[in-house]
Design a protein around this ligand. Structure first.
Ligand code: COA
Length: 337
């Protein structure tokens, strides 16, 4: 069986910085509340820039291609994770194929929200291990700000989410003497909680013509809904479970982790995981303070930034873990090559 490695990483975030103080000018909130509850100080929102989920994904992808030192035409498959596709259909994978002018390679879209990137990495890993593909472009990209309720009514959700994209090139290792790469991935879901963190409409039970016909100014079902306390409680249980599962399968202890890169959902959640798993500050990477929660983009942005900051090096044991809407949760353990 082939070994899959992460050969390159890249990210892109819009230039427009929105601080907590900026938000307090448009909704009833303040820096103290947001910082204390979430750790977020600022986030990037597309704003007036000419960006989309696809264009940000493409910019992150070009950075990952350059980091991997491959030709873009060496990519033989695309996996794109997002909850904010540019179109209801088709998904953005095919738009990336077009924008990068790649030959008619396959493009797959993953709909697993905050766990989307880890699910996407798992898909890529299987294709590489079976020998079906050699270089897979995996993207997590989100343009969420346009769809948030930016009034006081929506403040429990809108202050948390940001825009941006991250990408990885997952490749077959061509070094037979080397061990490592993606060791295992672990995927879970619990659909009974699907509506606790969801964007319910438009849907098959409520198509756009019906929404337009009703024209109800109090209808908030086309804004994301989050039962924050409920999500928090499940997240702090599932994260340690799925990290533990990855460690156990590979015969490691939490002390062996060089760097845990958790989905940047909320700094309090990351700190809770750190305490539960008795990890040191050096073992956990957080950048939610600067970017907010960028859903499927958060892990690849964090991974790319961690690598840029010298926090990921050859031989390191890197753990990715995510939890979010679905509910879905997932982890990946990687011995960096
Ligand atoms: N600014 C100021 N006040 C706010 C606010 C904001 N942005 N958002 C909510 N509030 C208010 C509420 O109206 C409420 O006021 P009340 O007590 O007068 O009714 C109060 O703050 C407490 O609200 P609550 O929702 O109970 O706060 P919380 O401590 O649970 O924190 C979250 C809210 C969303 C930060 C928290 O539940 C959380 O982080 N959950 C997990 C979310 C997450 O990680 N999601 C991503 C998963 S991928």
């Amino acid at each position: 069986m082939n070994r899959s490695i992460i050969r390159g990483l890249g990210f892109y975030v819009p230039e427009n910085i929105v601080t907590n103080d900026d938000l307090s000018k448009i909704i009833e909130t303040n820096d103290e509340w947001i910082t204390e509850r979430t750790g977020i100080k600022e986030r990037r929102w597309v704003g007036d820039a000419d960006d989309s989920t696809t264009s940000m994904g493409v910019k992150a992808a070009l950075n990952a291609i350059s980091d991997a030192e491959i030709d873009k035409n060496d990519i033989d498959f695309i996996v794109f994770a997002t909850l904010s596709p540019d179109y209801y259909f088709p998904g953005p994978g095919v738009s990336v194929q077009k924008e990068l002018e790649l030959d008619t390679i396959g493009a797959l879209d993953v709909r697993n929200q905050c766990s989307g990137f880890v699910y996407a990495i798992s898909v890529a890993d299987q294709y590489i291990k079976t020998g079906m593909y050699k270089n897979i472009l995996v993207i997590g990209s989100e343009y969420q700000s346009g769809g948030l309720d930016k009034t006081t009514r929506g403040r429990g959700v809108s202050v948390i989410f940001g825009d941006g994209a991250g990408a990885a090139i997952v490749s077959a290792s061509n070094n037979e003497n080397e061990t490592g790469g993606i060791l295992s991935t672990h995927l879970h879901s619990q659909g009974m909680h699907a509506e606790e963190l969801a964007l319910l409409r438009p849907s098959t039970s409520h198509w756009v013509p019906q929404i337009l016909k009703e024209n109800d100014p109090n209808d908030i079902s086309y804004y994301p809904y989050m039962n924050g306390n409920f999500v928090f409680k499940h997240a702090v249980t599932r994260f340690p479970q799925v990290i533990g599962e990855a460690l156990q399968q590979n015969g490691y202890e939490s002390t062996d982790i060089s760097l845990l890169i958790p989905h940047q959902a909320n700094l309090r959640i990351a700190q809770f995981i750190q305490r539960t798993m008795k990890l040191t500050d050096d073992q956990v990477f957080n950048n939610i303070q600067k970017y907010g929660n960028t859903t499927a983009a958060s892990i690849p942005i964090a991974m790319a930034e961690a690598k840029q900051h010298g926090r990921i090096n050859k031989g390191d044991l890197i753990c990715l873990a995510a939890f979010g809407s679905g509910f879905t949760w997932a982890s990946a353990l990687i011995k960096w090559t």
